[in-house]
Write a new protein. Sequence first.
Length: 280
Amino acid sequence: MALSDAALDVGPLLACPGATLAPGLSCEVLGGALAAPRDVCVTRDGAIYVTEMGSGAIVRLDGDRFVAVATGLMAPIGLREAADGALLVGEEAARSVSLVDRSTGARTLLAGDLGAVTYLALDASGAVYASSFDNLGPFGTGRVTRIDPVTREATRFATGLNVPEGLFVDASGALFVAEWQSPSSVRRFAPGGGTVGTSTVVTTDLSNVYGLLPDGAGGFFVGDHAGRVLRQRADATSEVVIDRIGRPGGMARTADGALLIAEFVDFGARGRLLRVTGLR
């Protein structure tokens, strides 16, 4: 169940109104209202950054408020930290991935002409993976592109996807990617990538997935349009972590194990950054 704009326009809160949580968990809202936040990134120095699709900006959490780091972006979604400490941002409308200087906000193009870019991931070598698609239909126009961190060469790694969104690469080099378009699912591609026909579906019964994040224990968190975040464990059992929120976008973990969720209602509406604690 999505929350109304009125419920979101309340500034800093001590709890997450309207949400239900798994036993033993608690939730709070960090900072004030955001303009359609789509992803969150915790950098190695502990700083928290969020992409605002609604305002075309990257913001940083500064105490109980957000401050702009970079502006003028074209529908920014995916956000990660590069090996050199710069921010990596995927811009859906610009169809590109860029590096952003955290001090100046200056952007340097890493790769373009990728399609409508959604989320980003990195592997152990520092290579960047970008989900993108050409249109919402027909099915199969989505792909994941691998961008070499040194040469910046962009090659298609996984193809035939139905609007790919959140993704990550595990320690073995396998790619996990969420498909937004129904029938929404999470797929696993073996190291080296391939086509949808060579992948394995590891989660189904989802409603338009956005965020996907490894849980650090062989499982992952996944958020969908039903307004919930689920945790699928390594043994394939699952549980609902939080429910009855807006649309959960990208997620990140803090050093103390808390789960951060970029929650939005619509692409131009207000949203919030949620912090869920008590996870094990």
